[in-house]
Ligand binder design. Structure first.
Ligand SMILES: NC(=O)C1=CN([C@@H]2O[C@H](COP(=O)(O)OP(=O)(O)OC[C@H]3O[C@@H](n4cnc5c(N)ncnc54)[C@H](O)[C@@H]3O)[C@@H](O)[C@H]2O)C=CC1
Ligand SMILES: N[C@@H](CC=O)C(=O)O
Length: 803
């Protein structure tokens, strides 16, 4: 015999109830021996409770009661539950008159939900020719007299069940009311919330059932609640011990007490979906899983009570007093954690008990509060407990670090000594994000990295295309899901929590106006984790948002060099904010575009290698300009225009020509060596003649030809076999506070290392103490959207590894 239990959602009007009847019919037609246990339909129990509350306040409840009745008989001609409705009318009338009701009355009211449900299904089954028998569990399950949470009297109940099932057996399908029972005076009692599951487990136990099938609206037990974690996976098999842990820690389709009767008789429990009944669901048996399972469960309606006081230090019996006082008032503690100094003790209790718990503790510790041994007892209401079932402390650092990185700081955590379970208390408004972060970490599911791209010009646009093109491959190889949820220019933003599409260029035109706070709110609203902001602008204004972004949990990647070349004070402030919030800032493309320069210098410096000088052609655009102009008989303005058209220059090419861009790169390298130079310390040879320095970029571009004569003269005045190069040179005593930074145009022999540089290549000569006169040379394309975007992409991937 199999016991089938159907929950309220399965029995709701519409699709649900038909599915339930189909499942029962199918089993009967297959010759299976079954017993059916039912909950009240839809939200009937909650509705009956709500009507009761109105009645006791002497408010009008008739309309709600009529709606309840209508729902129960809807579409079922010939089905009558007049007796139950009459009972309800009388009970509500009495409660309304008295302005009071007892738990006994409440049990009588609520029990009608199950009775109506079982009667209806019996009626429908009979109409379909199934030999169904309505079975009122009050005649079978006998309990003690604790109304609202009665305990079954096993011996008596078992005898009743066996006698009943001897009489109604064979092809008869007993349709049993769940949740309700009666005491030895035959008064109605209930088994507490989730009581229908308990009824089913008791019947399975008494009847030595082969399996208990619990039909719900979900397809089994998941690694986390799928409503909160979209990547949650179904668990195929669980042991009772694991199920028990899950049940205790809030997996609301399991309840600890329902498992015990099954464990006793080794009866497998299968969690199934009424709406997808071909799915095999989750099977729970006595068999232990070799690898153990991991799952996240949540207790949402809890409060955190904190008892704080210096005087608790070393005092014996403080915990005992807490537990005794709370237990005396029937308040259960689901979690406790205390500092080794015993100065603070945190307890988790049900949210509905928090006020009472605080009062009880204040009474218990009245004298200690007076003596200031206890300073304060506080209640934090908006919290939830996440339990990582199957987790021990050996690998807990991974989800924990991920939480901190995502700015979810647990208020309290504890673990079990035996068994595997770590629980954390987090603020409720961070629950969704916390679950997703932990889930992504503990399962080998792709870790989602949520990226906001600011600036979608040459570099930004190329980067977005590169990411979209490689995202699938990266997910396959590295289990990282790169999700671009925002693309913005200075005015408009395109937002999509599930990631932008390849049509982003046209979509962004339809974007909305925004302020930086809107992106932060968007990320918060959609619980986006592992946030990275990418700055592909050349804007000073945008760098004003860096600190806010870091404070709001974003890592930063930037091709924009401005932030690293503002005042040294800002440079330090940004780094201290990054440290404070455990965020990263990567900017490999700031010097040398896609070349691995910053990383190399950082490593050399960190490993104690003394760098004595860095010299070279730092600008890709000016490299192209002078390499080409020196070699070919062409106009300076024509070659310059070519460098602009190839995307080598800054958005405003004057930034290259005036030396600022090379100056910035030099300053960035100097600061990597812990020098505290300011931009004003750089000696820059400005390539723009003074008469062309005023006015806007467009005006300048119209006058490019005026540069031709100037540079033709410089070119012709060189020594033979010499070429022009625009170089950066960081030298001086680099162990002092500041180095010497020069940016200048030089004429060098064509045969020298600098003289041989080609195309838009940059060359960096790094002199160190160990390498002596032979510098480490890094050379390659120093500008261009594709190489730069690739460098930014590299920084993003580096960040995902650090995470
Ligand atoms: N082109 C190259 O070879 C290299 C460029 N870089 C850096 O890459 C950055 C981007 O360069 P390009 O793509 O060539 O410039 P671009 O002019 O093509 O693109 C810049 C984009 O930033 C947007 N923007 C400007 N202010 C903004 C703000 N406040 N908020 C949001 N968006 C804003 C603009 O609307 C534009 O879409 C620059 O900082 C540049 O120095 C770095 C290394 C090499
Ligand atoms: N404009 C810059 C681009 C890279 O930083 C250059 O020419 O090098």
């Amino acid at each position: 015999m199999k016991v089938l239990k159907f929950g309220g959602k399965s029995l709701a009007n519409g699709k649900g109830i038909h599915k339930v009847v189909d499942i029962i019919e199918d089993k009967v037609n297959n010759g299976e021996l079954i017993t059916v246990v039912l909950s009240a339909r839809g939200k009937s129990t909650d509705e009956l409770e709500a009507i009761l509350d109105k009645a006791v306040r002497n408010e009008s409840y008739q309309e709600q009661l009529e709606a309840f009745k209508k729902y129960q008989v809807a579409d079922y001609a010939g089905f009558s539950v007049d007796d139950e409705f009459e009972t309800l009318d009388k009970l509500f009338e009495g409660v309304s008159l008295l302005g009071d009701y007892s738990k006994r009355i409440k049990d009588q009211v609520l029990s009608q939900g199950e009775v109506i449900s079982a009667k209806l299904i019996t009626h429908i089954l009979k109409e379909k020719g199934v030999n169904a028998h309505f079975t009122d569990s009050r005649e079978l399950i006998k309990t003690d007299g604790t109304f609202g949470e009665a305990q079954p009297l096993d011996k008596l109940s078992k005898e009743n069940v066996i006698t009943h099932f001897k009489k109604y057996n064979g092809t008869t399908v007993n349709v049993v009311t769940g949740f309700i029972a009666s005491n030895t005076d035959n008064e109605t009692t209930t088994l507490g919330r989730n009581g229908s599951n308990y009824t089913a487990a008791l019947l399975a136990n008494y009847l030595d059932a082969e399996e208990l099938q619990n039909f719900t609206h979900v397809s089994g037990i998941y690694t986390a609640n799928p409503d909160l974690v979209s990547d949650a996976r179904k668990i195929e098999k669980l042991s009772f011990a694991e199920a028990n842990e899950l049940a205790y820690f809030g997996a609301n389709i399991l309840h600890a007490k329902t498992i015990i009767p099954l464990i006793e008789k080794n009866i497998p429990l299968r969690i199934l979906n009424t709406f997808d009944h071909n799915n095999r669901g989750t099977l729970i048996t006595a068999e232990n899983n070799a690898n153990g399972i991991k799952s996240l469960s949540v207790l949402e309606n809890v409060s955190l009570i904190n008892l704080e006081g210096r005087g608790l230090l070393g005092k014996v019996g403080v915990d005992a007093r807490i537990f005794k006082a709370l237990a005396h008032n029937n308040i259960s503690v689901s979690m406790i954690s205390q500092g080794s100094s015993e100065r603070g003790i945190g307890l988790v209790v049900g949210a509905d008990k928090a006020v009472e718990a605080k009062k009880v503790l204040e009474q218990e510790f009245e004298a200690d509060l007076y003596k200031r041994d206890v300073n304060i007892i506080t209640v934090e209401n908006d919290v939830s407990v996440i339990s990582i079932i199957g987790q021990d402390l050996s690998t807990f650092h991974r989800p924990y670090n991920a939480l901190i990185k995502n700015q979810v700081i647990p208020l309290l955590f504890n673990n079990t000594v035996s068994g595997k379970n770590v629980s954390l208390v987090v603020y409720k408004n961070q629950l969704h994000k916390a679950l997703n972060v932990i889930h992504g970490e503990i399962f080998e599911i792709s870790r989602k990295i949520n990226i906001a791209v600011f600036g979608h010009g040459l570099v930004g646009g190329t980067l977005i295309d590169q990411i979209l093109k490689s995202a699938k491959e990266i997910e396959k190889r590295k289990k990282i899901d790169l999700n671009i949820f925002a693309v913005a220019n200075s005015k408009k933003i395109l937002l999509n929590k599930n990631g932008i599409e390849t049509s982003w260029r046209s979509d962004v035109k339809e974007g909305i106006q925004y302020e930086i706070g809107d992106i932060i709110k968007f990320a918060d609203k959609h619980h986006l984790e592992n946030l990275i902001a990418i700055d592909n602008t050349a804007s000073k204004e945008f760098t004003d948002h860096y600190i806010t972004l870091v404070e709001e949990g974003f890592d930063l990647v930037s091709s924009n060099k401005v932030a690293n070349t503002l005042s040294f004070e800002f440079y330090k402030e940004l780094r201290s904010k990054l440290e404070e919030h455990q965020k990263q800032y990567l900017y490999e493309t700031n010097v040398g575009a896609g070349l691995p320069l910053i990383d190399t210098i950082k490593l050399l410096h960190l490993s104690g290698e003394n760098i004595t000088r860095i010299k070279g052609v730092f600008s890709g655009s000016l490299s192209y300009l002078f390499n080409t102009f020196s070699k070919e008989e062409r106009l300076f303005s024509e070659v310059l225009q070519e460098a602009i058209d190839k995307g080598f220059t800054e958005p405003d090419p004057r930034e290259d020509l005036c030396g600022n861009d090379v100056g910035r790169k030099l300053l960035i390298l100097a600061r990597e060596l812990d020098l505290s130079n300011e931009f004003t310390d750089i000696n820059i040879h400005n390539l723009i003649p003074e008469n062309l320095r005023e006015g806007g970029a467009n005006e300048f571009l119209e006058k490019l030809k005026e540069l031709d004569l100037v540079y033709q003269k410089i070119k012709s005045e060189q020594k033979p076999n010499h070429v022009l190069r625009y170089i950066g040179d960081l030298h001086g005593d680099l162990f002092e506070e500041k180095g010497i930074l020069d940016v200048k145009l030089v004429s060098v022999p064509e045969s020298s290392a600098l003289g041989q540089v080609k195309g838009s290549d940059s060359i960096f000569e790094i002199y160190t103490e160990s390498y002596g006169d032979q510098p480490i040379v890094i050379q390659g394309a120093g500008a261009g959207a594709a190489v730069t975007a690739r460098g930014v992409f590299g920084d993003i991937l580096r960040l995902t590894e650090k995470g």
